[in-house]
Write a protein that binds this ligand. Sequence first.
Ligand code: SAH
Length: 392
Amino acid sequence: MEKIIVSKTTIKALQNGKQLLVESDLNQVANQLESLANQAVILIDGSGNYLANAYLSTQNKGVGWVYSTRSESFDLALLIERFKEARALRQDFFTNEATTAFCLFNEEGDKLGGIRVELYQQFAVFSWYNTFVYEHRLMIINAFRQVFPEIIGGYGKNRFKACSIESEHLFGQAEENPVVIKENGINYATSLNDGLMTGIFLDQREVRARLAAGLARGKSLLNLFSYTAAFSVAAASGGASQTTSVDLAKRSIDKSLAHFALNGLDMTNHRLVVMDTFEYFKYAKRKSLRYDVIVIDPPSFARNKGKVFSVHKNYGDLIAGALNILNDNGIIIASTNAQNLTITAFEKILRGALSDVDYRFKSTFRLPRDFRYNVKNPESNYLKVFVIEVKK
Ligand code: SAH
């Protein structure tokens, strides 16, 4: 294995729990990076002392991951140990019959960056974030199946640039029909082999739980960037008097309808709208539509008709648009999964956009416990959701 000398700054960062390697950590081998790509390496200090095992592979953030500081090779034994540890930390999830989908293994939170595995009923969905883990998938799956023998089949999502296939069947049984999962007793239909997304974002479970527990009981709810309307279905199950789900993508309609139907909710008081969120703000204003609760959960970055939406630049506009159509004493649920936006910066954007109204931050949601993150790297705790009461 190639040995790479790292700088004093990197040594310090490694001692502080750094796992994600960026280009500046590898200055000494800048000209060799190409030949070292997708290989396991050993990081050493200037005197040749062992610091860490890492693998180098480019992904959307960083150029590699430290996977051990105990001089271990990237082999079946290491992977089995990592999966066993991950399983032990989630033991209680396996016995909860009301929730049959959750995260089994989460990247650096489970001490192996670049891989996430989620459980959907009896199936596993692997996300590969770089070529290295993808190239090692057979060994990784082998280890995984030894630790999770009850899982009957697996799919893979290829979340790295070099790959042209987004989704594929990996092992065991295949299920091309929707797999119905339960979350706090509510049913959701998921498609495990249809593009990168499955039909539900499992990391929002606690927010949906709050809605299902009655946060919007007797209230009208507007769900912006609704995708498959999961927040609306949770709110409807928790007694919301009406919901409106808005998404740009037509494909969201059938999937949203299926979610309502699966829970025996008829559509009389529930609307699905295919529209750009900013257009909807204008439309609702024109029609004097108003809502008691508005959920805002945009993608970190999106393009529509040449216009670019970024959480950093445009979240304030979303709040302003929502305030225009929010009833007195309404609630805004503001969410982002943008990794490069700190919770402090997000809060600042929100407070800036709310400066003309009387408001109170009521509660905050971060990643649920099964989505483990690296406590030494706050960025890896990417989900930030604020529930805000607005007086007006
Ligand atoms: N809130 C959803 C997840 C949102 S995923 C949930 O909890 O399940 C992001 C969604 O935003 C996608 O479905 C995409 O079609 C939609 N989208 C992107 N740009 C949009 C826009 N300008 N207006 C409305 N929807 C948009």
